[in-house]
Design a protein around this ligand. Structure first.
Ligand code: TA6
Length: 315
């Protein structure tokens, strides 16, 4: 089984305005749509689309639970989310306009999770995880959730010997990297923060990270990604597409990467699907849609350069 954990889920409120979004002007709304939000839940959606059994774990607020449950049902997300009394799942506002120049995201902070629900999550992991499982933890931490609580989750999963993938940032990313996990996907700025701006190249930093982490993906946005695995580093370019909304593109990358990995595909195929599906997501207006056939049509314009062992050998 694959479990995703979203500690701070969201409801994405997509607001499409007419013309060009501008400050000091009345931006008239053309269309509003609610979509699934939160990185782990997005990964669950991708896995579900690839018909891979998975369960979404984490927390949701009771106050707007019906709206969230409705979105989860619409997206076919199998879940065991713990509901928090007197709390609302945060809204993440994504504003789009007619210019195809990218989206604007304004996100609420989320709610504080009770000790009780944290322990319920730990108990669930203790009770159900087995060595064969994969756990993906993605997204920001709720307010007041401590690094110690995050590490308690990581230690519980590590104790069960599961494959652990994390799409975290800042302090949370640094803490899990120190523990040694199996997959991370920071962007280049998050890598710099990890090394506190140490004067080494990005490639040297990735090399360092692969000492403790099996798959290190550094996303470079429209410029593609670097993927490091074992002794080698791959430079992957992204196809040029007409952008509608890049929200969720990174989550589609992570979900597709894991989906291909569990299907036993080779790394080149994994990288092509992850890059292609993520590019397809960018062409869609909401936060979750992507098209696998469209992704495959991009394959010929995705280049994967394997940097030789001279460039990147682990000493
Ligand atoms: O990656 C996209 C997304 O999951 C949005 O749907 C939105 O809810 C946001 O990210 C939340 O990001 P955060 O880092 O705050 O968990």
């Amino acid at each position: 089984m694959i479990y995703t954990i979203t500690l701070n889920p969201a409801i994405d409120r997509l607001i499409k305005v007419k013309g060009t979004l501008s400050k000091k002007r009345t931006n008239r709304v053309q269309q509003i749509e609610y979509d699934l939000g939160g990185k782990g839940l997005h990964v669950s959606h991708v896995l579900t689309k690839f018909k891979i059994e998975n369960k979404a774990l984490g927390y949701i607020g009771k106050t707007n639970q019906p709206l969230m449950e409705n979105i989860l049902a619409r997206k076919n997300i199998c879940h065991h989310l713990l509901a928090e009394d007197g709390a609302s799942t945060r809204e993440c506002i994504v504003v789009l306009d007619d210019t195809h120049a990218g989206s604007l995201m304004i996100t609420e902070n989320g709610f504080s999770v009770s000790e009780e629900n944290h322990f319920k999550l730990i108990n669930f992991l203790n009770q159900f995880l087995t060595e064969k499982d994969i756990v993906i933890i993605a997204g920001s931490m709720p307010p007041n959730y401590t690094i110690a609580q995050l590490l308690e989750i990581i230690n519980t999963i590590k104790h069960k010997k599961c494959f652990i993938a994390c799409d975290l940032s800042g302090e949370a990313l640094a803490a899990v990297v120190d523990k040694g996990i199996n997959f991370i996907k920071p962007n280049q700025y998050e890598v710099e923060v990890l090394f506190q701006n140490k004067q080494t190249t990005l490639i040297q930093k990735m090399k360092e990270l692969t000492r403790q982490i099996d798959y290190v993906v550094v996303s470079l946005g429209k410029d593609g990604s670097y993927v490091a695995h074992k002794d080698f580093l791959y430079q992957v370019t992204s196809p040029t597409v007409k952008e509608q909304n890049d929200t969720g593109a990174g989550d589609v990358f992570v979900g597709t990467f894991i989906a291909q990995l569990v299907q036993g595909k080779n790394l080149e195929t994994i990288m092509k699907y992850a890059t292609g599906c993520s590019a397809s997501k960018v062409t869609k207006q909401n936060s979750t849609d992507f098209d696998v056939k469209e992704a495959e049509s991009y394959f010929s314009s995705i280049s994967i350069k394997k940097l030789g062992s001279d460039d990147y050998v682990i000493s």
